[in-house]
Design a binder for this molecule. Structure first.
Ligand code: TYD
Length: 152
């Protein structure tokens, strides 16, 4: 764990956080269009995009944090709720518009639930898929989070 925290603190963008954000909609009489560009609308270099859709009723997903990966989550169709936790505080954020998003940095625990049947949740991610970047144990996350925020 010490190596990971050292690596994070050495990076310029080490801040562990999340925040709601919104995208500029380019609309005209034909409808709407949203474009996402790395380093502008996405505060990182974009390396991967994945979609979650067809989620069955009552299913919750996620239940992990990342060590390094940062991502922007947006429900481009339908809606879902994302629970985010860091530094001992937990918040629920509903994504229900294509122009509303959440930025989730590393070391933020997140769970997604209450998916509408038509929900298409897109993640724009800063890293390629790497299972070793996942913290899937909540207890491990709490230990990382505590050490990250208290330095002990
Ligand atoms: P998982 O991480 O369990 O999804 P979630 O945390 O959103 O519930 O991913 C499901 C499966 O898909 C798992 O076997 C890993 C695999 N996967 C990839 O191969 N590439 C990817 O980019 C992602 C996100 C998952």
């Amino acid at each position: 764990m010490a190596n990971i925290l050292k690596k994070l603190s050495e990076m310029n963008d080490w801040i562990s956080e999340y925040y709601e954000t919104s995208f500029k909609t380019l609309g005209d009489s034909r409808g709407s269009l949203i474009a996402l560009e790395q380093f502008a609308d996405l505060p990182f270099e974009l390396k991967r995009v994945f979609f979650i859709y067809g989620t069955q009723d009552g299913v919750s997903r996620g239940f992990h944090a990342h060590k390094v990966l940062k991502q922007v989550l947006v429900a481009v169709s339908g809606s879902c709720v994302v629970d985010v936790e860091k530094n001992g505080k937990r918040e629920s954020i509903k994504l229900d518009r294509p122009d509303k998003a959440i930025y989730v940095a590393g070391l933020v625990w997140h769970e997604m639930h209450s998916f509408s049947p038509d929900c298409v949740l897109i993640s724009c991610a800063s890293e390629l898929y790497d299972e070793s970047d996942y913290i899937r144990s909540y207890d491990d996350f709490k230990a990382y989070d505590k050490r990250f925020h208290t330095g002990s």
